[in-house]
Each structure stands twice: as C-alpha cells, then as structure tokens.
Design a protein around this ligand. Structure first.
Ligand SMILES: Nc1ncnc2c1ncn2[C@@H]1O[C@H](COP(=O)(O)OP(=O)(O)OP(=O)(O)O)[C@@H](O)[C@H]1O
Length: 285
C-alpha cells in the first residue's frame, strides 16, 4: 500500500514553477527529499498538505484523496516545518494543552517520553528555546498523536550532531512494524546515507529521479580521467571539473560505455547533488 501518492502536481509562482511533480512512497519506509535551495521542496510539501493552492494534480495519502478527506487525514499525518514560531510567549506546557485537543489519538505518555528524550523543559517559554529546541518541540508534537505518515521539512537542520543522530535513530525505530512512513527533506546527505530507503530528487521544480537509494546512486557514475580522455565523454556528462591531473565528473550510468577505459565509481549522494546543481556548467577546480 502507498503511504503517499503524488500525481502531476503543478503550481506556478511568478518566478518559480512546480512541474508535473509525481512520486510515491510505499508504506513503512523512509524517503529523503533532496534538492538545493529554491528547488521546490517546501512548495511540494505545502502542496501535499493543502497549505498552498495548487493549479492541478492529486495527492492521495494512505489510499485517500487529500482534498476530499483532509480533516481525517490530518489526524494521521505528523508534520513539522523547522521550529515553532507562534505563541512564543506561551510555555511549552500551555501550547501543548491547546494543540493536543485537535488530535483524537493524542498520547500523553508518548509526548512525555519525547520531551524527556529531547531534554525539553515544559515550563520554558517558546521564545526562550534555542533553534534546535524549537525543532525538537515541534517533532515531539508531530510524534505524539499516532501519526502514520510523518512529513518533515528539514527536521535535522537546526540540530547538533548528537541530536541529529538520535532523531535518525527515532525515525528507524518508528518504521519498525511497517505502519509508519516518513518523508523528510534535507540538505544533509549523510542523514540520507544513514537512514533513507528511498530518495526523491527535485531540481528547478521538476523531479529528476525518485527511487530506492542504492538504485539512485547506481543510476550515476563518477568519472575520473586525464585531460585527453575528457573529450570522449564531455558531451554526455551532467557536469565536470578539471584539475591539474585531468577531470572528475558525473554521468548518467546509461550514457557511459565502460569499454572506453575511463575510471568510474559509484558516486555518493553528495556528489550527485553537487554535480547536478552545476549541470550544464563547467566547474574549474
Ligand atoms: N509564496 C510564494 N510566492 C512566490 N514565490 C514563492 C513563494 N514561496 C516560494 N516561492 C518560490 O518558490 C521557489 C521554491 O521555494 P521552496 O521554498 O519550495 O524551495 P526549497 O527547495 O524548499 O528551498 P530551501 O532548501 O531553500 O528551503 C523559490 O524560488 C521561492 O522564491
């Protein structure tokens, strides 16, 4: 069963456009949503959650149409956009009392567990929390009402390395059993190396590739060659940089003929992001 099924989302801003965005997330898995600044991650996430008007397209969550079943579905979705920046003069305790009333399956025990795990003091005011603490508080809320689908926009970006590692452990704990699915956007590719099952990559409002993580990496090759070998592959490469030894660049695996003798290796996710960003340009290293 699909936890998330997004079909042909289109949305136009004056200077940006989501173009036919489609991807699917199988129930019980973690999907990392990657792309550079301004690629359209937040716009896609807001479109999924009906927080922005879309021009066309359909979103199905846990088998139901989001437009037709938004209120029920929001009970099953935990979402977080960075930290909380409203009711900043309230204490955590007071804000939680208000928010929990919206959720049928709110669980005080789970909430207390995450407050402890994130070392959050309920008596602190929102305004007095650090950026990372605000992120942790919004995650504690998202995790405490039995959500079956978590949609998190850059959940790890304000966190220190130990907290980030802990959060990735929590993600992995949550999907055990196959009932919970997670979509999270990030720039931190090491987070994805650690815990994503699937990768969806967006650039300029278009989905470039959405598939299982290893398949994603194997779709590309990192080439290392001498200056004289560059001419053989230059036109097929996504991007490359030259140095005193020759060149390094990214190519679609299907565009590469291994018999040409140029050294190739599977790239890291970071390599794919970096070179794709420079698509069409030549980087002088
Ligand atoms: N309300 C809006 N009105 C007009 N343009 C917008 C609006 N919201 C976003 N945009 C534009 O849409 C583009 C995509 O923005 P979006 O926030 O979706 O990117 P992102 O991939 O989440 O980037 P980042 O990694 O920086 O958060 C940007 O060029 C942005 O300026």
């Amino acid at each position: 069963m699909l936890a998330l099924d997004i079909r042909n989302l289109n949305k136009k801003y004056p200077s940006f456009e989501l173009k036919d965005v489609s991807f699917q997330l199988e129930k019980g898995y973690i999907m990392g949503f990657i792309g550079v600044n301004g690629a359209g991650k937040t716009t896609t996430i807001k479109s999924i959650l009906n927080m922005t008007h879309i021009d066309s397209g359909e979103v199905h969550i846990l088998g139901r149409n989001m437009n037709e079943h938004e209120l029920e579905l929001k009970q099953d979705i935990g979402f977080a956009f960075g930290g909380i920046d409203f009711y900043t003069r309230s204490k955590i305790k007071t804000l939680t009392e208000t928010i929990k009333k919206f959720y049928r399956n709110w669980d005080d025990e789970t909430y207390t567990y995450y407050l402890r795990r994130f070392k959050l003091d309920e008596n602190k005011k929102i305004a007095d929390l650090s950026t990372g603490m605000k992120v942790k508080y919004s995650l504690a809320l998202a995790l405490s009402h039995g959500a079956k689908l978590l949609i998190l926009d850059e959940p790890t970006s304000g966190l220190d390395p130990a907290s980030r590692d802990d959060l990735l452990d929590i993600f992995q704990e949550l999907i055990v059993g196959g009932e919970v699915s997670i979509l999270f956007s990030t720039h931190i590719t090491s987070d994805l190396e650690k815990c994503a099952d699937y990768i969806t990559f967006i650039a300029n409002g278009e989905i470039i590739l959405s598939c299982e993580k290893e398949e994603f990496k194997e779709s590309y090759l990192l080439l290392n060659g001498s200056a004289s070998e560059l001419d053989q592959v230059k036109d097929q490469m996504i991007a490359y940089k030259t140095n005193s030894f020759g060149f390094t660049g990214l190519i679609q695996a299907s565009d590469f003929d291994p018999s040409c003798g140029i050294k190739s290796a599977t790239p890291s996710l970071e390599d794919v992001l970096i070179y794709y960003t420079k698509k069409g340009e030549q980087i002088h290293g």
